[in-house]
Design a protein around this ligand. Structure first.
Ligand SMILES: [Zn+2]
Length: 419
């Protein structure tokens, strides 16, 4: 197989709909050809449906394939893994590492195999994400994500920030399930932000919120913080405003402070983000994956703005590859040009309020009530009443209000520990 040439990020998302679609078509043909040769699960699907490589000429031909479910992958993750061929380039066939899904939907983390090619693609994707949200080489980013029991996408973000040139400080809090040698408390994390004059905070939304509450109690100085990137949990407008008020009381500059959410998932190996606060989230890697929203029953594509099954098709993967893979999320996307920044096509996946695992709108959710999962709402509320084993005292948080109760939600700290 031939390596596909890298794309310049600086102008890619501003290219025309047709240009982006042509890149997707070319990469889709390449991806499907690889599956025909070296991915057993899809070899079986192609054989069963009597499909040939020539049946896949444009990205619309993905509709010839059935939806792949999490259960399909759970049954045999190795069937989705590349069988290396002698003519593949080393970077395409060498295993770099294995990521795992969080197991939120199925209860069991699923291995996701990454070759060297895949690892570099993820670095590229997350570097786009960080640049997009406003990170710069001059920033000191405080990484408030916890260490998990299994390699996870959030561990990639610090590497991407360092590739960008930023300084990264990792307190490594909430590691209660691991050896205590590397664990720091909530208070120590607050003091590290002060000591290193952190300018950007990244981490789970509820943890950042709790840290800001504790920082106020300690009278900390966060005057250098200018950007907060919560992820992994709902962070609606009210929560952001509360964070903003606390940051201002901690000394942040009101004229230079933004709180922009990001979200991603293992299967995407990328993260989406907002161009401006509450704008909806952009799909920043249309060259790496093609997104669809399908009717839950018929699996037919739904029009823009209509919530349905969120489905991913890889366009440039080597290790684990999925085609038409339903993540278990409900979401809505748009192909319209973003009114905020003018980005094109899939890049303008302005999601009104129900996005992967994050609620980002002030408006009520457009997902029908019948499609929501109230149990997750109550679980989300419970998860906010928590204390860090590394902190000296428990803090009772008011409940986070999520309008949409998105079916997929990254686990809380306690859920990480159980997994
Ligand atoms: Zn935009």
């Amino acid at each position: 197989m031939q390596e596909t040439p890298p794309l310049a990020y600086t102008d890619f998302l501003y290219r025309s709909h047709g240009e982006i679609r042509e890149i997707q078509n070319q990469r889709f043909r390449h991806q499907v050809a690889l599956c025909f040769r070296a991915h057993p699960y899809y070899q079986d699907v192609f054989s069963r449906l009597k499909l040939k490589p020539a049946d896949f000429q444009s990205i619309e031909d993905v509709q010839k394939l059935p939806v792949t479910t999490k259960q399909d992958m759970l049954r045999d993750p190795e069937a989705f893994r590349l069988i290396p061929q002698s003519d593949f380039l080393p970077q395409e066939r060498i295993l770099w590492d294995v990521s795992y899904t969080t197991g939120t939907t199925t209860g069991i983390p699923v291995p996701f195999f990454n070759t060297t090619h895949d690892f570099f693609a993820t670095l590229e994707a997350l570097q786009r994400f960080c640049l997009f949200l406003g990170d710069t080489a001059n920033d000191t980013v405080v990484n408030l994500y916890p260490l998990t029991l299994f390699p996870h996408l959030t561990l990639r973000i610090p590497a991407s920030l360092m590739a960008l040139g930023a300084s990264v400080v990792s307190p490594l809090t909430d590691t209660s399930t691991l050896t205590s040698s590397g664990q720091r408390s909530l208070d120590e994390a607050v003091r590290m932000i002060e000591r290193h004059q952190g300018t950007v905070l990244i981490g789970m939304a509820s943890y950042i919120r709790r840290l800001l509450m504790r920082a106020e109690q300690l009278g900390a100085d966060f005057s250098r913080v200018r950007l907060v990137q919560p992820a992994g949990e709902p962070c609606p407008a009210g929560t952001r405003e509360e964070m903003r008020r606390r940051l201002l009381r901690l000394g942040a500059n009101p004229h230079d402070l933004a709180i922009k959410i990001g979200f991603g998932c293992t299967e995407l190996q990328a993260a989406m983000g907002e161009c401006v606060e509450l704008s909806g989230s952009h799909h920043l890697t249309p060259d790496q994956s093609y997104l669809e929203v399908l009717d839950e029953q018929s699996h037919t594509p739904l029009p823009d703005g209509t919530p349905g099954l969120f489905v991913i098709t890889h366009l440039d993967r080597r290790g684990t590859v999925v085609l038409r893979y339903a993540t278990g999320d409900l979401t809505a996307i748009s192909h319209q040009v973003c009114p905020q920044c003018g980005r094109q096509d899939r890049a303008s996946s302005a999601i009104p309020c129900a996005s992967l695992n994050a609620c980002c709108s002030t408006a009520p959710c457009s997902i029908p009530t019948s499609s929501r999962r109230p149990s997750l709402l109550s679980r989300a509320s419970k998860s906010t009443r928590s204390s860090s084993p590394g902190s000296r005292e428990a803090i009772l948080l008011p409940p986070i209000v999520c309008w949409c109760a998105s079916p997929r939600r990254k686990p809380s700290r306690s859920e990480y520990e159980r997994t």
